[in-house]
Design a protein around this ligand. Structure first.
Ligand SMILES: Cc1cc2nc3c(=O)[nH]c(=O)nc-3n(C[C@H](O)[C@H](O)[C@H](O)COP(=O)(O)OP(=O)(O)OC[C@H]3O[C@@H](n4cnc5c(N)ncnc54)[C@H](O)[C@@H]3O)c2cc1C
Ligand SMILES: NC(=O)c1ccc[n+]([C@@H]2O[C@H](COP(=O)([O-])OP(=O)(O)OC[C@H]3O[C@@H](n4cnc5c(N)ncnc54)[C@H](OP(=O)(O)O)[C@@H]3O)[C@@H](O)[C@H]2O)c1
Ligand SMILES: Cc1cc2nc3c(=O)[nH]c(=O)nc-3n(C[C@H](O)[C@H](O)[C@H](O)COP(=O)(O)O)c2cc1C
Length: 586
């Protein structure tokens, strides 16, 4: 959109209309304190209407959302007077920052307020003296996160603050987004691009500005897929419930690659919805707003709202009506609040506060929208055309005297039948792929459901005739009941498609044995594989396992590789920047 700008260039100056418009915008920008690189001045010479503002867009993304937004932003920038280049944050080292003036960052947050893997090197670099070369930059940051995490959008917030501390100029305010990020992303993108291109840039062609046509199935337009297999992987007596699902993609036009994830939009448990309706004193027919317009409350609570976790808005509402709960919301009682909320759902707040009355619309205004769940795909399209396989730990537990169910895992395990399709979409992985060179060895660490993508990798590598060696570390509680895909893996081991299988069954003996125990026992061999160019992959629990495996990897590089702690750190950083250390952790 072109915006009116002040007039600095006299009418009789020797410029055509386009050049005048561009120069006026440039002058307005300078007066507003913006910095422009020499490259932008070239725009004046070839006619203002052609001028574009060079713009680097760095993304930090673990599961592809920020990456997709950054790439879309780069595309959009070209219709708004900028020439955006979307690059992963780790590519910072290849950029000549003296030639760049404009920087946008789009990043998610992982772990406990940590950078996504592909932004870690950028973040480390921002702490060094070399990053002082960024002081001349104009920047803005878009942070993606999830308010269910304590360190909400911490990675984006940290980068924003660090760039400011380095002396760079925040040209457009930081935006922080929860899982329903679409509207905020749209507004931030428009604002940030307008801030960089003072005149709004060359007018976009009508094709360029019209919203993208719905191109097949996606997160916002999921495919109603058919569930064709639902099989328990654990034997009798196991303490776990992990299931193998097969979902047909026939007729969807959806494609995926080994390493991608499947997004599943769940329907909430009808019994839980009924309990909430009873607590509200509603019959479920009351009309309430949803993303798809007004719908009956029962349908809205089943398919559009998160009715499990008490959102911040709901907590605030009850804190204003319940002094005992309000006392927990003070910063010094953070740990007490955490304990109080563990296993406590939306329904508990209603039942425990019977005096608090809420209309259906007041109630839904306190809920977060239902979010899709991601699952690492455990198949390869080259081995199972038209199908996606999943390996899912079904979440069931008792809390405050009620049985509780994970929304998506029990939707698939219990509630999908012939009449109910599974709304799905493909979430393309960021770099989590078997090596393009099939001759490279791979080391895969995947305890529990973390085995999922590696089943896909092994199927893929055998379908493509990849000659590189494959080493899988798998762990679960007990060999007798929890050795997922045992027959398949042992067959692959016997025929050489799997070179080595190291298992760690944690509860088959008095002391815990974990995958990292096996890694450390095999330190010399693991080091030799790394030195032979192996790619190292980790999938599964993020909070403990992935950190411990990372520690073990460092120890192995120190002990078997004879390196100091500092050199081991550098070795791991190099593995990451060479894309030979990839993680899919949750
Ligand atoms: C990229 C990616 C890939 C993934 N791949 C897989 C995969 O391959 N397989 C897989 O199984 N999962 C995978 N997950 C996790 C998955 O997306 C879901 O988070 C998981 O299935 C739980 O979803 P749910 O809807 O069933 O449970 P939810 O309704 O989201 O409930 C889970 C929540 O319940 C609470 N909770 C759980 N147990 C207890 C307890 N004992 N006491 C109190 N509260 C508790 C916790 O707050 C927990 O966060 C992946 C996640 C990501 C991001
Ligand atoms: N945050 C948590 O506290 C927590 C705990 C469990 C699961 N989860 C979540 O549960 C989901 C799936 O779990 P899952 O069924 O795939 O399996 P899992 O719970 O990760 O367990 C798989 C195996 O890993 C072992 N394990 C536990 N701690 C480990 C560690 N620090 N390092 C290495 N191995 C470890 C387990 O042993 P033992 O169980 O015998 O210790 C088990 O043998 C994930 O979403 C995960 O994030 C979270
Ligand atoms: C294991 C895990 C840890 C996460 N940790 C945080 C966190 O600490 N703070 C936060 O705001 N969001 C957190 N998130 C949410 C992600 O940042 C959010 O889903 C984001 O949209 C993902 O974007 P991406 O696909 O580009 O990685 C976490 C998500 C996962 C799966």
């Amino acid at each position: 959109m072109n915006q009116p700008v002040a007039t600095f260039i006299p009418e009789n100056a020797p410029f055509d209309a386009g050049q005048r418009l561009w120069l006026n915008g440039y002058m307005a920008g300078l007066l507003a304190g913006k910095h422009f690189p020499p490259a932008i001045l070239k725009g004046a010479a070839n006619g203002g209407a052609q001028a574009t503002v060079p713009l680097v867009i760095l993304f930090g993304s673990q599961t592809g959302t920020a990456e997709k937004i950054a790439k879309q932003l780069a595309k959009e920038s070209r219709t708004r007077g900028c020439n955006g280049r979307a690059l992963e944050a780790g590519a910072h080292a290849g950029i000549d920052w003296s030639q760049e003036t404009n920087l946008l960052i789009v990043t998610s947050t992982y772990g406990d307020g940590d950078m996504p893997d592909n932004a870690q090197a950028f973040w480390d670099w921002l702490q060094t003296d070399a990053a002082k070369s960024l002081t001349h930059l104009n920047f803005s940051v878009l942070a993606l996160g999830d308010t269910n995490y304590e360190q909400f959008c911490a990675a984006g917030k940290k980068i924003d603050a660090r760039l400011e501390a380095l002396g760079a100029k925040r040209i457009h305010p930081l935006e922080v987004c929860d899982l329903d990020y679409e509207a905020k992303v749209k507004a931030w993108s428009a604002g940030a691009l307008a801030a960089f291109a003072p005149t709004g840039g060359p007018a976009a062609s009508p094709e360029a500005i019209k919203p993208a046509a719905v191109e097949g199935y996606s997160k916002t337009n999921p495919f109603p897929a058919k569930l064709i297999t639902n099989r328990k992987l654990n034997g009798e007596g196991s303490q776990k419930e992990t299931r193998h699902f097969e979902i047909s993609l026939e007729g969807s036009g959806l494609n995926y690659e080994a390493g991608d994830a499947l997004g599943v939009w769940p329907h909430n448990c009808p019994e839980l919805v009924a309990e909430i309706l009873a607590a509200l004193g509603c019959d479920g027919e009351e009309a309430v707003p949803t993303a798809k317009g007004e719908l009956p409350l029962r349908q809205a609570l089943t398919s559009f709202y998160d009715v499990s976790r008490p959102a911040a808005e709901l907590q605030k509402f009850f804190s204003e009506r319940n002094p005992a709960f309000a006392a927990l919301l003070t910063p010094e009682r953070k740990d007490d609040l955490k304990k109080f909320l563990w296993g406590r759902g939306v329904v508990d707040f209603l039942v425990e506060n019977p005096g608090v009355k809420l209309s259906p619309k007041e109630f839904t205004a306190l809920l977060k929208p239902l979010a899709p769940r991601l699952y690492s795909i455990s198949s390869s399209p080259k081995a199972h055309a038209g199908q996606v396989h999943l390996t899912i730990n079904v979440v069931r537990y008792d809390s405050l005297g009620r049985p509780r169910k994970g929304a998506a895992s029990t939707f698939l395990a219990d509630r999908v039948n012939d009449g109910i399709p599974v709304p799905v979409f493909i979430q393309t992985a960021h770099g989590f792929r078997p090596p393009a060179d099939g001759g490279k060895p791979v080391i895969m660490v995947g305890p529990g459901t973390g085995v999922a993508p590696f089943r896909g990798f092994l199927h893929e590598r055998s379908a493509t005739g990849a000659t590189g060696k494959n080493w899988l570390f798998f762990g679960e509680q007990r060999a007798a009941t929890d050795f997922y895909y045992r027959d398949e893996l042992e067959k692959m081991l016997a025929d050489g498609r799997l070179t080595k299988l190291s298992t760690a069954f944690s509860r088959d003996q008095a002391e815990k044995i974990y995958v990292q125990t096996r890694m450390l026992e095999n330190a010399a061999e693991l080091w030799a594989w790394l030195e032979a160019g192996a790619h190292f992959y980790v999938c599964g629990d993020a909070s403990r396992m992935a950190r411990d495996v990372d520690d073990a990897l460092h120890k192995i590089i120190e002990s078997a590789g004879g390196k100091s702690a500092e050199d081991a750190k550098a070795y791991v950083a190099k593995l990451k920047s060479d894309k030979r250390y990839q993680r899919d952790v949750y």
